[in-house]
Design a binder for this molecule. Structure first.
Ligand code: B12
Length: 213
């Protein structure tokens, strides 16, 4: 039997092949794909601590991001929920706000949302407010998700909502914010409708808004 610690160790050591092998092994042994994502996140936290202690550097953090994304691709088919409806359950525009390039968490949220049957437009990272507004108009989005891990992200979340208001789009939309530091204060400043530091909860929130609980 593959243990959770084997996967954590292999990810922390940034062993690419071994990490993918262990992800596959855990899946084959019946471990839930969501639980595997949680294990990987634990490993990223350890990598982050090593970075703070100057044992690891930016290169290692970037590699960790790539490993996480590669593992998420293996897990994606196993995250699919029962999808009877052909029509998407709603249109969601997602992006990491201007000034911030962290995208590991955002990518997980996007993967889960697609798996849950939503049409998702992922803008990427370092996205200026104007680009959110343009995409919301173009896609007639129902929901918007801002991701941000840096303290400076908050100001740009706020600015994005203000621009959506100016464009007359805010009332038709529900906005959710996500990322490690977000809390109720962030939600209020960003004038969002919900916040979470957990991608699964974020998807549950959007499903609730879409009337699909
Ligand atoms: C990996 C990492 C990086 C990588 C990012 C790689 C990538 N492709 O994303 C790189 C090396 C690029 C990086 C760069 C920097 N980083 Co960095 N980084 C991290 C680290 C270690 C992990 C972040 C992570 O990916 N966690 C794992 C994911 C899965 O968790 P998550 O992001 O929280 O996402 C989950 C939820 O929050 C949620 N979620 C996320 N987004 C969204 C969106 C929505 C809509 C929803 C619903 C949910 C949701 O879903 C996810 C799963 O549940 C953190 C420390 C830490 N332990 O968190 C520092 C950290 C975030 N970084 C930090 C800093 C300072 C930087 C740099 C400024 C460093 C530098 N000196 O250059 C640069 C900034 C560059 C920039 N302009 O953005 C600080 C931020 C401090 C602050 N308060 O502002 C942290 C906290 C480290 C620290 N303690 O100092 N970093």
């Amino acid at each position: 039997m593959t243990s959770k610690d084997d996967l954590i160790n292999s990810m922390v050591e940034l062993e690419e092949e071994k990490t993918y092998e262990l992800v596959n092994a855990l899946l084959n042994e019946g471990t839930n794909a969501r639980d595997i994502i949680d294990i990987l996140r634990e490993a990223v936290d350890i990598i982050g601590k090593k970075y703070n202690e100057k044992e690891y550097f930016l290169t290692e953090l970037v590699m960790a991001g790539e490993l996480f994304q590669g593992s998420a691709e293996i897990l994606e088919p196993h995250l699919k929920e029962d999808q009877k409806a052909e029509e998407p359950k709603g249109v969601v525009v997602v992006g990491t706000v201007k000034g911030d390039v962290h995208d590991i968490g955002k990518n997980i949220f996007v993967t889960l949302l697609k798996s849950a049957g939503f049409e998702v437009h992922d803008l990427g990272v370092d996205i200026p407010p104007e680009e959110f507004v343009k995409k919301v108009k173009e896609t007639k989005a129902d929901y918007v998700g801002y991701s941000g891990l840096l303290t400076v992200a908050l100001e740009n979340m706020k600015r994005t909502t203000e621009l959506l208001k100016e464009a007359g789009l805010r009332d038709e939309l529900k906005i959710i914010i996500g990322g490690l530091p977000v809390d109720e204060m962030w939600m209020e400043v960003a004038q969002a409708d919900a916040f979470t530091d957990n991608a699964f909860q974020g998807v549950e929130k959007i499903k609730e808004w879409a009337g699909d609980k």
